[in-house]
Design a protein around this ligand. Sequence first.
Ligand SMILES: *Cc1c(COP(=O)(O)O)cnc(C)c1O
Length: 418
Amino acid sequence: MYTTMIGNYTAKTDFFKMTTPFELLSEYGSPLYVYNEDIFRSRLRQIKNLVKYKNFVPHYSVKANTNISLLKIVKEEGLHVDTMSPGEIYMALAAGFEPKELFYIPNNATEEDLRYAVDRGVLLSVDSISQLQLYAKINPNSKVAIRFNPGVGAGHHQKVVTAGKKTKFGVDMAEFDTVKKILEENNVTLVGINQHIGSLFMDSGAFIESTTNLLEFAKEFDSLEFIDLGGGFGIPYHKQEDQQPLDLVELGSKMDTMFEEFAQDYGREIQFQIEPGRIIACEAGIVLGTVTGTKQNAETTYLGCDIGFNVLARPIMYDSHHDIELYTKRAHPDLEKHPVTVVGNICESGDILAKDRELPMPEYGDIIGLMDAGAYGFAMSSSYNQRPRVAEVLLKSSGEVVLIRRRETFEDLIASML
Ligand SMILES: *Cc1c(COP(=O)(O)O)cnc(C)c1O
């Protein structure tokens, strides 16, 4: 038996099912990424059923979490995937997706990158005039999509706002004439246009606004087969402060209205796509680690653990918040809360998971859980400080616990060096 010292997310969602954080770490080692299949599937289904509009094909954004066992579940649930690199194309094909179920949306691709997709029959979207020229040169008489910048961005941090006037992404809609000219000269048909305004919008305003712009613009092209509205659907990272989820029912019904109106104006029920990654994978994953102790340095109380930014990079990279749970086997833990700064084991002072968080004081051997780590968690991890990358387990709907990535070894650290 164990006690949850703080946090009720795992209790509310029955996250650990038949196992416990203690059993998991003793079996698979610490730290450990843990995914819950029920939650993952339920998010996939929510997104699949987001709208009533028939010709709707959501794409799971592979970069959020690329574990092949999860990709196979995405395939079973009938979503397609969007990919950002040849490596992601490779992974999606290895998971069993057909080339036509992939969409490749590179940024600053090399000729080699573009050829990788073209050779495998994967449709791609270009991101600039020069990339369109490069693509047209290597693959004339073909089809292409173009990522336009709808002039509106959104996101939880400047680094993930991916549209609007100050980002590197998308073709400016004002370059429309140049685009048309290159397409005509090379007999390339524009079959799709896409946008991605940024990551983690919690209110649909900016998304609806940019989509309205994009749809207006789309009417300029008569050859479209699809319009892709991108990802960025947010999740509530602050559940311990009762942050509410994005209202998907409201968003879905607004999208339905826009899709129907567009189909009427355009004269065809064109295909609509979206590319959410985080909203599908994020809440299905938790990263568990071991508490190594606490200490007082001048004014600050530090809680140390073995989850460095090599394991979870989001806090150091974007100042991201992750709710924290603490679990103990001690019979009489003191549950009184104090402001503590939670840090990892990497030799850099920026290795901070949370600043001045109100937490009870754990002791060596207690377990710390960082919530909502299923997206951009393992995918952004590294072996910095020569800490081998950690293992991942899947808690199946049946209750079975399956190791879906083994922990790397010291031998793995050296394996690719000559
Ligand atoms: C990252 C990305 C996504 C997914 O973003 P989420 O925040 O995970 O929804 C979708 N499309 C493109 C082009 C991206 O770069």
